[in-house]
Design a protein around this ligand. Sequence first.
Ligand code: SF4
Length: 251
Amino acid sequence: MSPLIVKEIYAKSILSESKVHDYVINPYVGCQHGCTYCYVQRYRKRFGGHEEPWGEFIDVKLNAPSLLQEEIKRKEVGRVWISGMCDPYQPLEKKYELTKRCLEILLEYDWPVTIQTKSPLVLRDIELFKKSDEIEVGLTITTADEKIREIFEPRAPPIKKRIDAVKKIHLAGIKTYVMIGPILPRAEELVEQLNGKVDYVIIDRMNYHYGDWVYKKYNLEHAMSDDFFNQKKGKLIHAFEKLGISCRAVF
Ligand code: SF4
C-alpha cells in the first residue's frame, strides 16, 4: 500500500441536497477505509481529478465548518446525513475534527442529524449526541466474519469494535441503527450480536461491481447472485423481527 496522500483544500459549499435525507455533508473527499466495493470511487475523478487508487488519497475540506455556519442560515431545516461519500469518522477526523465541528453547528441550530460510519472514533462525540433528541447514529456492519471483513474492507475497523461502539451509544440513550449493506457472507450471524444494541436495521444488497474481482479471487461468486441477496433478505428480516427489531430492506 502506498502512503496516504493528504491535501488540505477549501470547498465551495458543504450543505448539499440529498436523495437519502434532506441534506448531506461530506467533510472529506475520499475515504481511508478504501472498501473494495465502495461506489464512491466512481466519482473520484469528478471530485478533485484523483487518479490514485481508492483509499490512498484524502482531500480535507478545511473550511467545512465555516461554510456550514453561513449556509445553515440560508436553508430550511432538514435532516442532514453525515456522510454519504466518505466515512465522517475515518482516521484523519481524529486530527482535523471537521465532523465534530460541523455537528456542533447543526446541534446549535437544532437540526436533525443521521450519522453513518464504520469507525469507533464516533464514540469521541457521544457527549455531543446526548445534546439532541433528533440524532441517530448508525454503524455499517456487513458480515460477522472477520476474515470476510478483511477481504472487502481491509482498512476499516474490526467488526467487534463497531458492535461495541453501537452498543455504547445505544446504552447512552441515543437512537442507533446498523446498516448491513452490502450483505456479505455470514451477515445473518450479526442478528444475535446486535440484540439490545440497535433501534432498527437497514439491509442492502451489493449494487455496484467494483468489488467483483474480490468475489472471484476468493471464490465467493455465489454471494453476489440475486438468489443469495433475496434469501439473506428474508432470513434477516425474519430474525430481526423475531427479536422485536425493525428491519427494512432497500432493495
Ligand atoms: S467506509 Fe464507506 S465511504 Fe469509506 S470506503 Fe468504505 S464504503 Fe466507501
